[in-house]
Design a protein around this ligand. Structure first.
Ligand code: NDP
Length: 309
């Protein structure tokens, strides 16, 4: 029997217990899945941010911690975590993000807000550019960024992708490294942030890098709040250097009620819903990793502790 501890926030347990049990059974694994195993009896931990579990020291026989979310910044620096850490990569997260990002890119590309704001009887025609004439830059070309960039390129957008290491994707101009960031941002009309939160990515969009964009650019951030210097973004919105921003993630969540983003007429706040982990598809990934580990195979989607993602 394999002992698996569900250590997500307790409110998540009802939605995960059946999909996880089904996925373990489907993978042919004999698993005792609970929220209350004795720490020294736990073989695997299924983990989600906001979990009460913060001290991994007593989990002496645990072979891996399997994160339910793609982002690992809440756990990767935990000094008590000596076990391997895997993050979530799955169909549901990827597809959800592609849909959300594509929707908001199209919204800004077509300037749908203009139409919504001009339902006043005036026959004001504004003709959008074609997608091929719209420069979209995706910062972060990992599992989610590359899927979004590919979907946007398929729609015909002029897409540039930026990552830490070199990449190659058909129909996408791929840039990397420090020089690559400036090149990727110069003249960009829509910027999508899908970088992880690490010390190296904090304030990627700041006063200097925002000034590289095409005047009136739109910002879409489903990555993490600290990727953007908020004061610099508010200043760029004021001058018009940035025309609109769709922000799903923030330095403090929930976003405090008095934060200027809430009342800003050209900022759309969404409550960290760009892409949610879906229990059915995510459970299959968790079960596959337990199966691999039990079979002596390497875990999928291991986090690089030094890089922080
Ligand atoms: P990945 O780890 O697959 O991709 C991260 C990408 O960022 C990679 O291309 C990586 O480069 C690049 N990167 C990392 N550090 C740097 C750096 N210093 N400079 C340049 N590029 C860098 O992550 P995912 O695509 O799965 O997820 C991305 C992020 O999306 C998550 O970390 C999370 O914060 C966020 N997210 C938000 C959700 C929401 O609902 N709002 C839902 C899910 C995720 P390289 O390829 O070279 O390693």
């Amino acid at each position: 029997m394999i002992n698996v501890l569900f250590a997500g926030h307790p409110t998540r347990w009802p939605e995960y217990q059946i999909p996880l049990r089904d996925a373990f059974a489907k993978a042919g694994l004999s698993v005792d899945l609970r929220t209350d195993h004795a720490a020294d009896q736990v073989d695997y931990i299924v983990y989600a941010p906001n979990s009460p579990l913060q001290d991994f020291t007593p989990y002496t026989r645990t072979k891996a911690v399997l994160n339910l979310w793609a982002g690992v910044e809440a756990i990767v620096g935990n000094p008590t975590l000596t076990q391997p850490l895997a993050r979530m990569v799955d169909f549901g997260l990827r597809q959800g993000m592609v849909e959300w990002v594509t929707g908001h890119v199209l919204r800004h590309h077509l300037d749908i807000d203009f139409d919504l704001e001009h339902q006043d009887g005036s026959w004001t025609r504004h003709i959008p550019k074609l997608a091929r004439d719209r420069k979209v830059t995706v910062l972060g070309m990992g599992e989610l960024g590359s899927a979004c960039a590919t979907a946007l390129a398929t729609l015909g957008f002029d897409v540039t992708g930026y990552s830490r290491s070199p990449k190659s994707h058909p129909g996408i101009r791929c840039l990397h490294g420090a020089d690559g960031l400036d090149q990727a941002l110069t003249g960009a009309e829509i910027v999508v942030l899908l970088l992880p939160k690490t010390p190296a990515t904090e304030n990627t969009l700041n006063a200097r890098t925002l000034s590289l964009l095409a005047p009136g650019a739109a910002i879409i951030n489903p990555g993490r709040g600290p990727l953007i210097d908020d004061d610099a973004l508010l200043a760029a919105l004021k001058t018009g250097q940035v025309s609109r921003a769709t922000l799903d993630v923030f330095r403090i969540e929930p976003l405090p009620k008095d934060h200027p983003y809430w009342a800003h007429p050209r900022v759309t706040v969404t409550p960290h819903i760009a892409s949610e982990t879906r229990p059915e598809t995510a459970s299959e990934v968790i079960a596959e990793n337990v199966r691999r580990s039990e079979a002596g195979q390497p875990l999928l989607y291991l986090v690089d502790r030094a890089l922080g993602y």
